[in-house]
Design a protein around this ligand. Structure first.
Ligand SMILES: [Zn+2]
Ligand SMILES: [Zn+2]
Length: 435
């Protein structure tokens, strides 16, 4: 029989009535030992898989070989596997021995258009394409989690949905893709997913994780502005409308939105990253083209900014006889760690890594399309350290020198196994003990 109660409500109720029992709701010692044993056992295979994926990186919406490798491994485990979801996505369902609710776990599979400059022996064989954001590590961790949990399915009450998503870095121009399209194609339905887990590698020491409840990564929107003036001789500006002067005023005034109209405790960024205009030193420019990005942590600021931008652009250009074209496109929302889910699951992260190894995460203004899942259901997203602690620094994400420590894979598998099992165990506990 299909259950229709809301997982969100379930979590809130659970927390209110049973938080004091939370200690007893984590996997037992024997299961924890089995997680360690199986993780150790599959590690050599998973490292091989990771290196293969790293050597054969594929760009967004082109993750054909990666998806093939992932789906064939999942099929060999006997899971229910769907391919071609949101173009190259793979979704697999693992049923525990007892019926229960479903939790989800997501990995992204795409690489970046970067020429790898590391000297690892498993360097990219695909010129100009590299796993410089660690999605090869994410894919390997989630695949490894499927392997370990499959070996433990006798102990699982409920189901786990493994989501391997394409195009996290953005679809090629003119194409749809990524988390939004996965959701449109029903990834959170049949069976419906109650909560979703995800991680991103981070240049922090191995063994450490960064986490906080609420918005942890920003929304990411794109805009373009064309300022339209009128050309004239550079020595006779009164006969034209100078689009460069108008654009300069617009650029400076747009920053007033951030500093003067938004709540200063609610961070937002507006950056213009591209400007083009004019033809020659002694000609008043007819047009200036600007392109930029807006990042916010709250929907309140996100709603406000485009309207304020248009007011400023319109006011300045029209005041001096000019005109404008303004296009604003909404991208990913903010990544939101659901506070109730965070309260219930953070103890698991602490249990696996130790309290001293969980760092409070300051919200980052970069974006992650995991946010789309968090808009629909409670999500839990954290950053996993992948820097060899012996090293002083490591190359950042998206660098051609990015080289995460592979020991993070086994640790990631262990964390996810505990998070998913603890989460399912808590749901089962709630079902057994109605308020
Ligand atoms: Zn990235
Ligand atoms: Zn990434």
């Amino acid at each position: 029989m299909k259950k229709h109660f809301s997982f969100r409500l379930l979590l809130v109720l659970f927390f209110v009535f049973f938080v004091s029992h939370s200690k007893s709701l984590s996997v037992d010692k024997a299961t924890a030992q089995l997680i360690d044993q199986y993780t150790q056992k599959i590690s050599p295979e998973i490292i091989k898989i990771r290196r293969f994926i790293h050597m054969n990186p594929e760009l967004s919406n082109r993750e054909y070989q990666t998806a093939k490798l992932v789906s064939s491994k999942l099929m060999s485990l006997g899971l229910e596997v769907k391919t071609g979801v949101a173009k190259t996505g793979v979704v697999a369902l693992l049923h525990g021995s007892q019926k229960g609710l479903t939790v989800g776990i997501r990995a992204d599979m795409d690489a970046l258009p970067i020429q790898e400059l590391t000297d690892v022996p498993f360097k990219s064989l695909n010129p100009g394409v590299m796993h410089a954001c660690g999605h090869d590590i994410h894919t390997s961790i989630v695949l490894g989690t499927a392997m370990v949990l499959n070996a433990l399915k006798e102990k699982i009450r409920g189901s786990v949905k493994f989501i391997f998503q394409p195009a996290e870095e953005g679809s090629p121009p003119g194409e749809e893709g990524g988390a939004g399209l996965m959701i449109e194609e029903g990834v959170l339905e049949e069976p419906s997913v109650g909560a979703i887990f995800g991680l991103h590698v981070w240049p922090e020491d191995l063994g450490k994780a960064l986490f906080s409840a609420g918005s942890i990564m920003a929304s990411s929107d794109w805009f373009e502005i064309t300022i339209i003036g009128k050309s004239s001789h550079g020595a006779r500006p009164h006969e034209g409308v100078d689009s460069i002067t108008l654009a300069s005023n617009v650029i400076v005034s747009l920053q007033n939105i951030i500093s003067r109209t938004l709540d200063p405790t609610d961070p937002a960024v507006l950056s213009i990253g591209k400007i083009e205009g004019g033809t020659k030193a002694n000609i008043v420019a007819e047009k200036v083209y600007l392109e930029g990005t807006v990042r916010t942590l709250s929907e309140t600021s996100r709603d406000k900014i485009p309207k304020l931008m248009e007011n400023i652009i319109k006011g300045i250009t029209r005041s001096f006889g000019g005109d404008y074209i303004f296009n604003y496109r909404y991208g990913s929302p903010a990544v939101y760690n659901h506070p109730e889910l965070a309260k219930i699951m953070l103890p698991t992260l602490i249990k696996v890594l130790g309290k001293e190894n969980i760092k409070d995460l300051k919200p980052q203004m970069v974006a992650e399309d995991f946010a789309f899942y968090c808009q629909k259901i409670p999500g839990f997203f954290f950053f996993l350290g992948v820097k060899d602690p012996i090293l002083e620094t490591m190359a950042p994400l998206h660098s051609p020198y990015f080289n995460p420590d592979e020991r993070s894979i086994a640790l990631g598998i262990k964390i996810f196994c505990h998070l998913l099992l603890d989460c399912l165990q808590r749901q089962s506990y709630f079902e057994d003990t109605p308020p």
